[in-house]
Structures are given as C-alpha cells and as structure tokens.
Design a protein around this ligand. Structure first.
Ligand code: SF4
Length: 432
C-alpha cells in the first residue's frame, strides 16, 4: 500500500467525521486512518478498498488491493483462468447476474437481481439503524437482508418484501406476523463462526428496547442455546418446515447450517425435509463477538464445504432442485465469483456490509458500550452515528462495484450468465 492510497479517500473522511461527532478520544493516525485495522483475512488494504467502493460505487483504480486478502489460503490462493483478450466477450455484452431462490416449484417464485444477499445480524448484535440501512439497500438492489435472531423492529416492516425472517434457537421475537411478513424464512441451526456454541448477547447490550423486542428483561445476558432442542433429525426438521408452511404457505424455507465434515449429508437431509435453500456458513465469518478460537478451529472453511456439497447433491440428482448459498468469510466480488465457480448458486454477505459503513475489524463489538462506530452496539447515542440513508447509500455503492466486477469477470471468462459459472472449477487456477 503506498502513501498515496491511504489518504484523500472519501470514506475515510466520512469515518473521521463520524469519529469527530462524538469520539474525539478515539485516536487517529496522522493521515486520518483509524487504528486497529484488520487481520490476515481482512488486511487494512482490503478495508480501505471496501471503503473506497462504498464511497464511489467503483473498484479502486489507485492501486489498492480489492480482490484478495493476506490469509495465504482458500480464496486468497485461487485465481481465474481468464480467456485471452481476443476471445473475451465484448464490453457491451449483456451479462445476467440474477438467480432464482426457488428451484422446487413449490411456494413463491423469487428471483434476486444479484447473486448475493445480506446475512442475519440481530437487533441487539447490531443497531436498528444498521438493520434499516441494510434493508433499504436490499430493496434498492432487488435482493434480501435477514433479521437475524433478535426480532423484527417495526421500522423494518415497510421493507418486508426484502427481508428474511430468521428463526434461531432462542426464538427471540418470533411471532406469527413476522413469519407471515417473510418471503423467505430461515432456520438458523448453526453459525459457522461458532458452531456448537450458540449465541450470547451480553447484558450490557440488552437495553430496554432490545429486551422488549426479545420478550425478555433488560440488562441480563441472553443465550441462544445450541442446538434446537426440538430438532435432532431430518424428520424433526420437517416438523419445523410444516410449522412455517402452516403460517405462511408461500414462504420459501432456508436452512442455515455450519460446515461439519458431514455437511453434504446435512444438505441432502435439508432438501428432503423441504428446504428451498441450504445456507452453508463456513468458518471465518462473524463479527468481533465470535471467539477467535472458534472461528479458526471448529467449522470447515467454506472453500472446502461448497464443492463437497455441490458434488454430493449432483450425485443424488437433486442439485438443480435446491439453491446453495455460501457465507463465512466472503469479502469481495472475487470471493463471490469463486464461491459460485466452486459450486454455490450465490453468496451471503455480512462483514463486507459492515466494513462498507465503517467497520475497521477492531474486534471491540462486545466490549463496553459496543462498537465505537455505532455498528455492533445498542447504545442509543452510539447508534446515531449511522444514518440509515447514508448507510444504505454506501452498501448500495458496494453492490454497484461488486456487480460491475462480476460482469467483468464473466465477460473475461466468455460467460453470459452467472448461472453458467456454477461449479466451473476448471476456470479456477491455484496461485503460487
Ligand atoms: S463492528 Fe465495530 S467494534 Fe466490531 S470490529 Fe467492526 S469497528 Fe470494531
């Protein structure tokens, strides 16, 4: 990263403006860059380039790396085998990025305009302002965001056609009407960043509003146990699906699972229980609230899980009847494209949206009042640092940059549709 690339970025200026609003105690470096930026998966340069995209709607042209991180493995070791220039599609070629979410022919026909949507972040883990920003952007981009497991704030209802209602083991805020609102209902059986551990919202973050939404009492820690104590088999899961179908017969059902070694069997079981979407959540996702030791050591990286599930579903002759969505460490447009080339239909984003609205990956999500930038906090004062329209604009700009890059990747591979990339591992090459 050169000196030139770390200064004069509009996103940093906005960040610093935010910092100045109420956090003059928070130190900044001489060039305005906040400290504690990133890690090997999200190095500082990737954070800066994401801010650049969120500010401009374009991939950087100033030398900032925006395609890979510094992990030394997984997506960061894969590249595309692009065609020689004379064989690539012309720049004016129309490239289709849309994907259907219902391949079963039962329930609503839903197509999303871009091959990604926003993953669950609960009210309590993030502020209502962040949820609103994500919902507004999802509507503008013809895709979805997910409530996460903390309930469904009233302010989100007007975006309900673009919101997935999540049901997790705590059953916080799950009501008949929140299932009826939902085009897609997601059962969260496990989270890749902390499989087997469940969720834990610290007492400090359980404000009066959060407690009301979760039908609990304020200032006590709230646990989402692992697992659902009513689900130990495919048949039990089928009962869950039937329950949702009774309340909302047209809703699509998504099943969010982490990536144990038998994740392929889990995917097949989800299909036979009636799921439309299997959401594979690999390790490396999660906010700073997920323990590092869990992120690094429990679930299988998503790069291994996707082809394992894709091939197994093909072997069972059901691959084209279920949608596979991948999450857990997908940071860039290139990561989305690589996930699809490995066999997913699309990707689910979380951290990259938070980075777009100012996350520095400082891992303070669960300390004190929560995120100093107003993201993973329920503190009423800190939450005001994120204006929903501003946040939506930045997430929308990041979407614009990702869509542009995906179209360019497909064009350089000679493909006219994102669907044509699915499972094309022959188009990937190992970087040395
Ligand atoms: S959400 Fe906030 S506290 Fe958490 S890692 Fe990002 S900047 Fe730090």
């Amino acid at each position: 990263m050169t000196e030139e690339t770390t200064i004069h970025l509009p996103a940093i200026e906005k960040h610093v403006e935010h910092l100045r609003k109420g956090f003059d105690f928070w130190p900044t470096l001489e060039n305005g860059t906040p400290p504690a930026m990133g890690d090997f998966r999200w190095p500082a340069e990737l954070i800066l380039s994401t801010w650049y995209q969120a500010g401009t709607g374009e991939p950087p042209t100033n030398g900032l790396e925006y395609r890979i991180g510094d992990s030394g493995g997984g997506f960061d070791k894969l590249d595309f085998r692009f065609l020689p220039e004379h064989q690539q599609l012309p720049p004016e070629t129309e490239i289709d990025l849309a994907i259907p979410l219902n391949r079963r022919g039962i329930g609503r026909e839903i197509e999303i305009a871009v091959p990604w949507y926003g993953g669950g972040m609960s009210f309590g883990s993030v502020s209502e302002q962040v949820m609103l920003a994500r919902a507004i952007a999802a509507k503008e981009w013809g895709t979805f965001t997910s409530t996460g497991e903390g309930g469904y704030p009233d302010s989100l209802v007007k975006y309900k056609d673009h919101i997935i209602t999540q049901i997790a083991t705590g059953m916080f805020g799950v009501r008949e009407e929140t299932i009826q609102y939902a085009p897609v209902v997601e059962f969260k059986y496990a989270q890749g960043a902390k499989p087997g551990l469940g969720g834990h919202l610290l007492g400090d973050k359980t404000t009066i509003t959060v407690a009301k939404m979760r039908e609990s009492v304020p200032w006590v820690s709230l646990f989402s146990p692992f697992p659902f104590h009513s689900v130990y088999s495919v048949e039990d899961h089928r009962k869950h699906v039937d329950w949702v179908k009774t309340i909302n017969p047209e809703a699509l059902v998504s099943v969010k699972v982490s990536t144990p070694t038998d994740v392929d069997m889990v995917a097949v079981g989800s299909y036979y229980a009636g799921a439309h979407i299997v959401h594979l959540d690999g390790s490396y996702g999660g906010t700073g609230a997920a323990p590092e030791i869990a992120k690094k050591n429990i679930a299988m990286p998503i790069e291994f899980a996707i082809p394992k599930v894709h091939k197994y579903l093909q072997g069972e002759n059901i691959r084209d009847e279920i949608v596979v969505m991948a999450s857990g460490g997908i940071r860039t447009a290139y990561d989305i494209a690589k996930s699809i080339a490995l066999g997913a239909d699309g990707a689910i984003l979380g951290t990259s949206e938070l980075v777009a609205i100012g996350c520095t990956r400082c891992s303070n999500c669960e300390r004190g009042r929560g995120c100093p930038f107003g993201l993973t906090t329920t503190d009423p004062e800190l939450s005001l640092l994120v204006e929903p329209e501003w946040g939506a604009q930045r997430i929308g700009n990041l979407n614009a940059s990702y869509a542009k890059q995906l179209r360019d990747i497909l064009r350089r591979l000679g493909l006219k549709s994102i669907h044509d990339l699915r499972g094309r591992t022959d188009l990937l090459v190992y970087r040395r």
